[in-house]
Design a binder for this molecule. Structure first.
Ligand SMILES: [Zn+2]
Length: 223
């Protein structure tokens, strides 16, 4: 369940200014961060990809943010606990990974509320970070979400969900990460097949340039 439609569907690797302006108050890039990059992983937890991904992040002493699907969190609670135990942040990717454009505002908000309730009651997560599945939501859904959630979009979507994307292309897209970038990646078997080939080298290179990999929400960590 990628954050954007599969295969030939169009998506922005880096969302343009105009698109960002359509959702005022959403987080696209973390302001005030001069040295951190914010990796985010959507669609987990997953029994195949989550643990190896956590090991990879540990090896690089990187922290990240996992936007989990509520139904999967309920199915694999031990994986969510492991993500938290390793010091990462967990936000919501909705209960059932709804496409906002195909859901009524009431259904969409109920789904988001159900996931938030599960994350708090089962895992003690009080941060209201929300990543819209497929990156798709109507403006009215966004306005309503904003009252309750911190809506986290992205500065960079390298396309790790594209199973036929050339590794070199994925590397080149990752290289566009800059200070404060929120990077969308995926915690899924298909994305892991790609990410395990590129993420370590990417992190080592950025760290050698003085960058580090931090989790959201940024302001709470530095209060
Ligand atoms: Zn997704």
């Amino acid at each position: 369940m990628p954050s954007t439609p599969r295969n030939k569907s169009f998506y922005f690797v880096r969302p343009p200014w105009l698109v960002r302006r359509l959702y005022p108050g959403a987080i696209w890039r973390v302001k005030g961060s001069s040295k951190e990059i914010f990796l985010t992983f959507d669609d987990g937890p997953d029994p195949v990809s989550t643990l190896p991904l956590l090991d990879l992040l540990d090896q690089s002493e990187a922290k990240a943010t996992f936007f989990v699907v509520g139904e999967k969190a309920r199915q694999f609670p031990e994986l969510v606990k492991e993500i938290l135990a390793r010091g990462h942040a967990v936000g919501s990717h909705g209960m059932r990974h709804l496409n906002g454009r195909q859901a009524s505002i009431q259904n969409y908000l109920e789904d988001a509320a159900m996931a938030a309730k599960l994350l708090e009651s089962e895992f003690g997560i009080t941060w209201k970070g929300f990543r819209p599945p497929f990156g798709k939501m109507t403006f009215s859904q966004f306005r309503a979400l904003k009252k309750v959630y911190e809506v986290v979009m992205w500065d960079l979507m390298p396309g790790d969900f594209e199973s036929h994307l050339e590794i070199e292309k994925l590397q080149n897209r990752l290289a566009l990460a800059r200070a404060g970038s929120v990077v969308v990646l995926h915690d899924s078997p298909a994305a892991w097949a790609q990410n395990q080939q590129v993420l370590s080298a990417f992190m080592v290179r950025l760290q050698s340039q003085g960058m580090s990999f931090a989790k959201l929400p940024y302001h709470i960590e530095f209060d």
